[in-house]
Design a protein around this ligand. Structure first.
Ligand code: SF4
Length: 368
């Protein structure tokens, strides 16, 4: 216990002095069980770096162009093979029709779309999908395709990452979501996603996007086989990328959901709430250069996401209409929140709800 206290004190001294925490600090924080002290320290760090009481959310629609995927990540309950029951591939016109219908009902400002790595598509399908969505809803920001999908498009087309990203950007792509990162450590990658490309590719895609003026997001899928050290390593690699490019808008820790995956058959269960909050706090403390940290309520559940606002998070993501990926793995939080409910949750946490667009421009503010 004495070790924990002195560790937190030494981290606090660094935070107070505006000094950067290192690998050892990160490990010590991960090992600490003093959850409330971690939360308080993370919130302090957030404020010292200019954070306010503002908590952001966006009105967004989730689309998945296909669930057909050539890879079999062990944590995935979403993917299907082409012949499996429930496999689908939507045409660009079907995607746009669906988005238009939902937009009439809900008026979202962002489409978040990711999907499986369909082995039989042409790159032109992706360009068409972006262009058709943009033409249908020109004012809506298109946050589409993980780094893995971008890489898959280079294999389908023979183009480079830069060429693929340029074409997508010119068709209307606004930013990349952060998926495909999982845990960067080779050991973990081999165990949970052996068919996925090397983690260096994730960095190359994001670095290239930043160079082309396409901002991106970053994730970490935690709560399976990774060690504390591998979590800290993941965060520090992201911090180094951000030092280099400054192109990351936000970091999103994603709690692993085992339902309908091989891990459920091994008796695994959901992450503990204490671990979820610890990840939020340590992420905020280590990622001193990434402006926004999301408490992704679809993965955490809304009550825990609300508490996470006192552990360093400043964003509750969004209305998330029709999220399917976490839902397939037993996400317990439903798939849609109305704006009024998000506002209520943020206000009940003692914070100020601010509706934003994808690039964190303020659209509406409550309570002042
Ligand atoms: S996580 Fe993505 S790449 Fe992996 S199997 Fe699922 S859909 Fe495919």
């Amino acid at each position: 216990m004495a070790v924990t206290i002195s560790t937190l004190e030494s981290a606090r001294e660094k935070v107070d002095a505006g000094e950067r925490l290192d690998l050892e600090d990160g490990l010590a924080l991960m090992e600490s069980d003093d959850l409330l002290a971690l939360g308080e320290l993370a919130d302090l760090a957030r404020r010292l770096r200019g954070g306010t009481d503002d908590v952001y959310f966006v009105q967004n629609l989730y689309l998945n162009q296909t669930n057909i995927c050539r890879i079999k990540c062990k944590f995935c309950a979403f993917a299907r093979t082409e012949r499996q029951q429930g496999a689908y591939l939507l045409s660009p016109a079907e995607l746009a029709e669906d988005a238009l219908r939902q937009h009439e009902l809900l008026g979202f400002t962002e489409i978040h779309m990711v999907g499986g790595e369909h082995p039989g598509l042409d790159f032109s399908y992706y360009v068409d999908a972006v262009r058709t969505l943009k033409e249908a809803l020109p004012a809506v920001h298109l946050k589409l395709f993980t780094a893995s999908e971008i890489h898959h498009m280079t294999t389908l087309s023979g183009l480079t990452h830069e060429e693929v990203l340029r074409e997508l950007r010119d068709a209307g792509l606004g930013s990349l979501p952060g998926g495909g990162a999982e845990i960067f450590a080779d050991r973990v990658r081999r165990l949970v996603a052996p068919g996925k490309e090397h983690p260096d590719i994730w960095f190359e895609v994001h670095r290239t996007a930043h160079r082309l003026g396409i901002p991106t997001h970053a994730t970490m899928l935690y709560g399976h086989v990774e060690t504390y050290e591998e979590r800290v390593d993941h965060l520090l690699r992201l911090r180094a990328l951000q030092d280099e490019t400054g192109g990351l808008l936000a970091f999103v820790p994603l709690a692993f959901h085992p339902e309908n995956t091989v891990f459920e058959r091994r008796g695994w269960t959901f992450t503990a709430g204490a671990d979820d909050l610890k990840i939020i706090a340590v992420s905020r403390l280590l990622l001193d250069n990434v402006p926004n940290l999301k408490a992704y309520w679809i993965s955490l559940g809304m009550p825990l996401a609300q508490i996470a606002l006192h552990f360093g998070a400043n964003d509750v993501q969004g209305t998330l209409v029709r999220e399917e990926v976490f839902h397939a793995a037993g996400g317990r939080a439903g798939t849609e929140q109305k704006v009024e409910e998000l506002v209520r949750v943020v206000e009940a946490a003692g914070r100020v709800p601010v509706q934003r667009d994808t690039l964190y421009n303020e659209l509406r503010r409550w309570g002042e």
